[in-house]
Design a protein around this ligand. Structure first.
Ligand code: SF4
Length: 240
């Protein structure tokens, strides 16, 4: 019998890299809780704050902030469903895909835009992450089209870049009695919609990797796995 596999849209995105480490993919599917995975809490707080700021603005002004104008003519700021209610089973691969989008907007033409906020500079380094993010957001579109949010007409990343130039740090309003303020400036990066072709292919890859019994070898010369091998040898008491 085929074993049930549930994967998040973000983890599925790892299968979209051109030359992913097969060991990494295997480990992520088979080991649910990895050690040393602490995500700096401040990023979660900024993420939550980002969503709260947009919601509060929309409630107060009746439209989206100007820096989201590229997303289209927004008619409603939808509260994204929790991942337990935003999931779909892909019958062909037997994989359940789930996730929780940062933002879903209904446009005046009745279609939906799905966006994800990233607290980062949009630099060349970030471009390396694009295959993952592109697949992640297409994963949300794949789920959305099969739940209550269809059609999906656009996908976008919204990079929120800390404004840390001299003008900002020297401005008198930056400092108050409690501390200082840090502005975040938005850059909207549209992504292409390919959910109906890309996602089934990635789900099949995830299924094939999940069904592989032995963990594949890691990438040659990867420092982390070399360190892990050394740690395991030390724990076993092997001769150094
Ligand atoms: S080789 Fe590197 S990328 Fe692959 S599993 Fe090990 S640490 Fe991860």
């Amino acid at each position: 019998m085929t074993q049930r596999l549930v994967i998040s849209a973000k983890n599925l995105g790892e299968f979209a890299y051109r030359d992913p480490c097969r060991r990494c993919l295997w480990v992520r599917l088979h080991v649910k809780k990895l050690p040393y995975q602490a995500f700096p809490g401040v990023f979660s707080s900024i993420d939550r704050y980002n969503k709260a700021v947009v919601s509060a603005f929309y409630k107060r002004e009746g439209h989206a902030p100007q820096w989201l104008a590229q997303l289209g003519d927004v008619a409603e700021n939808v509260t994204p469903p929790h991942y337990t209610r935003f999931s779909v089973e892909h019958a062909e691969s037997g994989v359940t895909l789930r996730g929780e989008a940062d933002a879903i907007f209904r446009l005046r033409d009745g279609s939906y835009v799905i966006a994800d906020y990233k607290t980062a500079r949009y630099t060349q380094g970030q471009e390396k992450m694009l295959p993952l993010y592109h697949a992640q957001l297409n994963g949300y579109a794949f789920i959305a089209e099969r739940t209550d949010f269809r059609p999906v007409s656009r996908l976008a990343l919204v990079y929120m870049e800390p404004v840390t130039d001299d003008a900002a740090s020297e401005h008198p309003s930056t400092v108050d009695q409690r501390g200082f303020s840090l502005s975040l400036a938005a850059t909207v990066v549209p992504l292409t919609l390919e959910h109906e072709t890309l996602i089934p292919r990635l789900l099949e890859l995830a299924r094939a990797m999940f069904d592989t019994l032995a963990c594949p070898p890691g990438k040659d010369g990867c420092d982390n796995c070399t360190a892990l091998d050394r740690m395991l040898a030390a724990l076993r008491g092997d001769d150094p």
